[in-house]
Design a binder for this molecule. Sequence first.
Ligand SMILES: [Zn+2]
Length: 412
Amino acid sequence: MIDAKTILNRCDALANQSSTRTGIERVYLSPEHAAVNLQAGHWMQEAGMTTWMDAAGNQRGRLEGATPGLPTLLLGSHLDTVPNAGRFDGILGVMLAIAVVDRLRESDATLPFAIDVLAFGDEEGTRFGTALLGSRAVAGTWDDQWWTLADKSGTTLREAFVEFGLDPAKVGDAAYRSDDVVGYLEAHIEQGPYLEEADLPLAVVSSIAGARRFALTMTGEAGHAGGVPFHRRHDALAGASEVVLAVEQLAREAGAIATVGRLQAFPGGVNVIPGRVEFSLDLRAETDDVRDAVWAQIQDVAAEICTRRGLAFADEQTHGAPAVVAAPHLRDVIRAGITATTGEPDPMVLFSKAGHDAMAVADLTDWAMLFIRNGRGGISHHPDETVTEADVAVALDAFEAAVRAYAATYAA
Ligand SMILES: [Zn+2]
């Protein structure tokens, strides 16, 4: 039987499949991708699954239910990484899913649905700049405009498909029909500090925040740093700085998350008053309503700053995605799995600030997620990403209990 130690050993083994010698980097349709598919497929077979690689390069394994051909519960996560990655983001979820199937088969559970384990080939978007390609293919939301996306060496997505042995014309075959699936469950490290701060191993995910990103510009008047007195200045950077602090305060008060990650002053001379500042904003919250209300407040504050300082503020949205909300009945299933394992009657609920495959699968079917504590303040997308064997053990028990809880309610 697969235990937590085995799962951690498997995460270590997959971490060796990297295109870089220092740190882990494993991108979509690369030789390393092929290698981890092969390895994961082998473990799926050991767990009693029939296996195949789908038309988008995702590795899949299937365990039939009580009778062959029943509608299917999907369990999955991703095997690709960001540059200089940790070894658990995505990978742990796939290893847990395989272990759950192994346990169900060993116990001769008769399930009212089949289970497909999905090891997605692209979640991070590291190679082609567009994320969730694997899960979007599965969800049937593949966009043919992506074929001309190119990686940094100029190879297009279409060429990469062919090099990987896939037929671009057949990518639609990777999609399920929504009538054939009964839901999607994903286990994933939290990638944040909340579980660690609460001293808890597991949480139920309520939603995945949809980010809005903006290119912001504050325009004032450039002038001589010595010659222009304060009362005549229209300093774009001083005004933008007020906006930056307001962004932090307003988001904090609303329970949202906001970041100004880039800021540049023009003309950028040490003895020139900044006449223009270009800066970015990334804004996320549990619901779109909360997020959009914070954005409206930010705009109000920016307008007030402009009036007071004689500046002009402009904004352009560069990215927008809606929050996706977990299905209540599958949230209950995850909650039941945690309660059955930890005895905690009211498990912690978190919304995800990071994107996940579930966002794409949400277009196909109902979904829910289990979050697992990762230590060191929840550091992720970093080689220091870590989980404990004890937490993996309770996560495995809870994920299995969740699938069994769903089987019980689905059959009823
Ligand atoms: Zn991930």
